[in-house]
Ligand binder design. Structure first.
Ligand code: SF4
Ligand code: SF4
Length: 158
């Protein structure tokens, strides 16, 4: 399969996984009422989990209000597709026993370990950015294994 065909295949898988997760969230598992989700019910903010740190370096240790809305949040909706974001479940959802994992979504089993890590960790980014990374790492499991071996050898001998 050439790169263009792989790109189309990945787009298809990506969309299927998004559809699955969108369908789960469409059941109002976040318990939105008056524009506030369950997690934010008694808080000032109306923005559920679509926020990021202003100061990325210091993160939770920065002084003052270190939060800003995600740039892809438009009119209270996400303007991009991101599986990592859709997989996120907060404490409120955990308290309801809801957690989404890559291993529970059959279409995502097509991807190798590194690609799964990318899917999970590359949040707050458009679909095309994630797919570009997935394409780059499609046959690179072996490189990761080699890298781990080198690190282990380095730690062992030095
Ligand atoms: S995942 Fe949690 S924080 Fe995000 S919208 Fe749902 S209830 Fe709110
Ligand atoms: S990219 Fe993620 S954090 Fe940003 S608006 Fe979309 S779902 Fe929310």
């Amino acid at each position: 399969m050439n790169k263009e065909e792989m790109n189309k295949k990945y787009e298809h898988i990506y969309n299927k996984a998004c559809e699955y997760l969108d369908n789960e969230f469409s059941k109002n598992i976040c318990d939105f009422k008056n524009d506030k989700c369950g997690e934010k019910r008694n808080m000032k903010s109306c923005v559920g989990c679509c926020r990021k740190y202003k100061n990325k370096l210091l993160g939770p240790f920065a002084i003052g209000d270190n939060w800003k809305d995600c740039e892809y949040l438009e009119n209270k909706k996400c303007s991009v597709k991101n599986i990592g974001c859709k997989l996120f479940t907060c404490d409120y959802l955990h308290s309801k026993g809801i957690k989404f994992k890559i291993k529970d979504i059959p279409v995502l089993q097509e991807f190798n370990l590194i690609q799964k890590i990318i899917i999970k960790s590359k949040v707050q980014a458009p679909q095309e950015v994630v797919i570009k990374k997935l394409l780059f790492w499609r046959n690179r499991n072996i490189y990761l294994i080699l890298l781990i071996l080198v690190i282990i050898m380095f730690l062992y001998f030095f």
